[in-house]
Write a protein that binds this ligand. Structure first.
Ligand SMILES: *Cc1c(COP(=O)(O)O)cnc(C)c1O
Length: 403
C-alpha cells in the first residue's frame, strides 16, 4: 500500500481545485490504523479516532469503513459521527467543562461519556444512579507531551478530576451507586516516550481496587508522529507490547478482564494530510528572502499557535537547488510558517506543500481577514474527490442579517 501522495498527484489536485487546498490520503489513514491493530493484541485494545483533529464527514465515513471507533470532544462531533452512521456503541464522548445538559444529551444518544469533574459526576449520579455505565477522566499529575500548550495531565491542568481527590470521587460513586465502567487519562499530545503511558498504567493500578466495576482503562491519545525528516514518532510496536503486558498483568491482579482504549487523533490523520499554497510574491530584505504565499494563519495556525514545525517542499520544482526562505502568509498579523527554511529554489506562482497537515489544520481554520476557507480533497484508490468546497462571497455573508 502506497503511504504517500506523489508530487504529480498533489499537482493534479492543485490544478483542478486551486489553492490553498487541503489534500488527504485515505490509504495512509488506513495503514496507520492497521499498524495499531498489528501491534496491539486484539483482546487488549480498542481505538477511538479523536475526531477533533479532522471532522469532515468523508473522513469520518472512512474511519467507520476501516472499522475504527470515534472519540468526540463536543456533542456536535458526536452528532456528526452518528450522522455518518456510527453505531452509538462505537462513539465515545470525552467532555471537559461542558454543561450537565450536554452530558444528558450524550446519554440520550446512547454514547459512552467520560466525565471530567466531580460536579458533573454528582449531577450524573443524582439523575442516572447506576443505570448508565460511565467513565471518569482522571488528572494524573503527570507532565508529558510536546510542550506546555499541548500538555493536559500536569498538576495545574484544567482537565480531569485530580487524582488527589480520589476519596471524594469514591464517595460520590458510592452515594449514587454509579456504575463507573471506564477510567480515562489523557496526558497530552506528541508523547514520544512510551513510559509516559506506563505511568498512566501505574495510576490505573492504584485506582482499580476502588472501582470494582471498571473494565476499561482508557489511555487517551497523544502518540507522536514525525514532523521533521529525521524525526521518529512514538514506537507503536514497543507501546503495543508494553500495553499488552500491563493489561494482562492488571487483569490477573484484579481478577477481571480489562481492556485498553486509546484515542489517537494526530496519529491517525496528521501524515495523511498535505496543505498546498501558491507563492504570490518573493521579497528580499537584507539576508532574508521572503516567500509570501496565498494563505496564512487563518488556514494553518499551528506554527504560530504552538510553534509547530511543518516540513515544506516546492512541488513545482522539487529538484532545484535549495535556498533559505522565510515563508510568510498574507494575513494582517505576523504569520510566519517557517524562518530560514531550506526549500528548492522558489519562483513566484510555484506551489508549496506543507506536510503533516491532516490534524488540526483545516479543523482550526477560520475566515479571519474575510478570507475564504480552503477546499478539502480526498485521494482514495488514486482517485481524488472534493470533500468540502472552498468558501465563496455568499458564505461570508450568509450568517449576517441583511442590511
Ligand atoms: C485531543 C485529544 C485526543 C487526541 O490527541 P492527539 O494528540 O491528536 O492524539 C485524545 N483524547 C482526548 C481526550 C483529547 O482531548
Amino acid at each position: 500500500m502506497k503511504s504517500s501522495l506523489s508530487y504529480e498527484q498533489l499537482k493534479a489536485a492543485a490544478n483542478q481545485y486551486g489553492t490553498p487546498l487541503y489534500v488527504y490520503h485515505a490509504e495512509k489513514i488506513q495503514s496507520q490504523y492497521q499498524n495499531l491493530l498489528t501491534h496491539f493484541g486484539n483482546n487488549h485494545a480498542r481505538f477511538f479516532y479523536a475526531c477533533k483533529a479532522l471532522t469532515n464527514i468523508h473522513i469520518l465515513d472512512l474511519i467507520k469503513r476501516i472499522g475504527c471507533n470515534v472519540d468526540c470532544s463536543s456533542i456536535n462531533e458526536a452528532k456528526l459521527a452518528l450522522h455518518v452512521g456510527f453505531n452509538p456503541k462505537n462513539v465515545l464522548y470525552t467532555s471537559n467543562s461542558v454543561s450537565f445538559e450536554e452530558i444528558c444529551e450524550a446519554v440520550g444518544l446512547g454514547i459512552h461519556v467520560n466525565i471530567d469533574s466531580l460536579s458533573n459526576l454528582e449531577k450524573f449520579g443524582a439523575k442516572f444512579g447506576s443505570n448508565y455505565p460511565v467513565g471518569v477522566r482522571i488528572r494524573p499529575n503527570i507532565m508529558a507531551g510536546g510542550n506546555l500548550k499541548i500538555s493536559t495531565g500536569h498538576d495545574k491542568s484544567k482537565f480531569g478530576i485530580p487524582v488527589t481527590q480520589i476519596d471524594e470521587l469514591k464517595a460520590i460513586q458510592e452515594k449514587y451507586a454509579i456504575n463507573i465502567a471506564t477510567l480515562h487519562i489523557h496526558t497530552g499530545s506528541e508523547i514520544k516516550d512510551v513510559q509516559v503511558f506506563m505511568l498512566s498504567a501505574d495510576v490505573f493500578d492504584a485506582l482499580l481496587s476502588y472501582f470494582p466495576s471498571v473494565n476499561v482503562l482508557d489511555f487517551g491519545g497523544g502518540f507522536k508522529v514525525p514532523y521533521k525528516p529525521d524525526e521518529k514518532g512514538t514506537d507503536i510496536a514497543l507501546l503495543g507490547a508494553e500495553v499488552n503486558k500491563v493489561i494482562e498483568k492488571l487483569s490477573a491482579k484484579y481478577g477481571r478482564p480489562l481492556i485498553a482504549w486509546f484515542e489517537p487523533g494526530k496519529y491517525m490523520v496528521s501524515e495523511a494530510g498535505y496543505f498546498l499554497a501558491q507563492v504570490n510574491v518573493l521579497k528580499k530584505s537584507g539576508d532574508i528572502q521572503f516567500a509570501g504565499i496565498n494563505t496564512g494563519l487563518n488556514h494553518l495556525i499551528r506554527p504560530m499557535f504552538y510553534d509547530a514545525y511543518h516540513y515544506i517542499d516546492n512541488i513545482s520544482s522539487p529538484l532545484k537547488e535549495k535556498q533559505n526562505y522565510a515563508v510568510v502568509g498574507n494575513i494582517c498579523e505576523t504569520d510566519t510558517f517557517a524562518w530560514d527554511r531550506e526549500i528548492p529554489e522558489i519562483k513566484e506562482q510555484d506551489i508549496l506543500v506543507f506536510y503533516n497537515a491532516g490534524a488540526y489544520g483545516y479543523e482550526m481554520a477560520s475566515n479571519y481577514n474575510a478570507r475564504y476557507k480552503p477546499a478539502q480533497v480526498l485521494y482514495e484508490n488514486d482517485q481524488h474527490k472534493l470533500i468540502s468546497r472552498r468558501d465563496n462571497f455568499e458564505d461570508l455573508l450568509h450568517l449576517q442579517m441583511p442590511l
